[in-house]
Design a protein around this ligand. Structure first.
Ligand SMILES: [Zn+2]
Length: 158
């Protein structure tokens, strides 16, 4: 039976991608030991792959289809992001000497035409979960655009 809600609801910890140090799931961004980036660590051994696949396939046509693997309590907020198309690239495949079909992912169907919409959608949803009242980022371009767009959609100053 397919359940309405994901089976993986929250990460077990935050883990440094460089040194492996683990931290509690709190608003932290970098490792105190090595300054490496922290990522959510899930207990994947407890995941029923077939059940998860059915849930993902039944989910919305956005990145929130993968909400079970995203570190947010309340997904599907803000703008519709993700589910961008794969385009065939036969001439590139030929140039690379590939003997198979090659597809490239285009992110231009996202709200600000950037892959940055994905990370900002998740970060903004988590910011709301944590009770933050504004969004901010350091950016030279498309990250700021994505942050401004999701902030407007959520009613948060950026
Ligand atoms: Zn570290």
């Amino acid at each position: 039976m397919v359940t309405a809600h994901p089976t993986i609801t929250s990460p077990a910890a935050l883990q440094c991608r460089i040194c492996g140090q683990q931290y509690p799931v709190e608003p932290l961004t970098v490792c105190e030991e090595c300054f490496g980036p922290l990522e959510p660590a899930y207990d994947l051994q407890s995941v029923d792959g077939m059940d998860f696949r059915k849930q993902a396939e039944a989910g919305p046509a956005t990145l929130w289809r993968w909400a079970a693997f995203l570190p947010v309590d309340t997904p599907a907020r803000g703008l519709p992001v993700g589910n961008s198309p794969l385009l065939p690239a036969p001439r590139l495949a030929e140039e690379l000497g590939l003997r198979c079909e090659l597809f490239v992912k285009t992110e231009t169907s996202n709200p600000t035409h950037s892959f940055k919409d994905r990370v900002v959608a998740v970060a903004a949803a988590k910011a709301v979960d944590l009770g933050f009242e504004a969004l901010a980022c350091a950016s030279t371009g498309n990250l700021a655009g994505a942050t401004a767009a999701v902030g407007a959609a959520l009613g948060l100053p950026t």
